[in-house]
Design a protein around this ligand. Sequence first.
Ligand code: DAK
Length: 202
Amino acid sequence: MERFIKTSLQNKVWIVTIDRKDALNAMNYEVLQELDLVLKALIKTKNIGAIIITGAGDKSFIAGADIKIMKKLDKKTAYEFSKLGQKVTNRIEQSIKPIIAAINGYAFGGGCEISLACHLRFASENATFSQPEVKLGLIPGWGGTQRLPKIVGIARATEMILLGNIINSEKALNIGLVNAVFPKKTLMNNVMNIVDKILLNG
Ligand code: DAK
């Protein structure tokens, strides 16, 4: 039984919700591990068309890796935490089923990187994006340095990674970081409609 990951099935689409609202769905070791196990199982499940990843609450998709626990990590545990984040993002990217991010608020740091690993990204109007690791003396460690430039181009990616600035959903759409932006209340319905259309195809 997962503590931080909630799943629900609608037709052939699994909705996977990261639910750690008191920390704006920031990802600690447990969250990452549960997400990895849930995705591993769902991707293998027969008769599943697609998976949508979203965040619980109306404020945040994922506010990043858990910076409170990251401060306490030593060399070995920091390495393990990084590897686990990379395992999850690789699993998403390599999934044989489409995995779609429904970004309903903050997508910061590792949260932005989870969305970058997804095959499509849709955002609500209140969504904001950032790779603020540089402000903590880090680089995006879960594949963001590689995936972000592929999606938005080297110049935009370098700007985001070096400045650690926050961009809104309109700018995210303009630079191709997200596929479309919808009003907050209709985000999930719109994403479900798009997924349904994908699943009508062969
Ligand atoms: N980690 C832990 N707790 C977080 C959090 C986070 N990332 N983000 C928010 N929270 C917690 C806050 O501490 C607060 O908890 P309490 O104080 O109530 O206990 C609660 O969520 C509500 O947050 P706020 O009160 O701050 O809410 P606001 O709406 O005022 O502000 C905010 C929201 C998202 C703007 C703000 O919370 C914020 O700036 N949060 C930090 C965001 C951030 O910096 N995220 C990126 C983390 S860095 C690597 C591997 C991995 C990574 C890097 C390197 N290597 C391999 C090298 C990954 C790095 C990251 O993801």
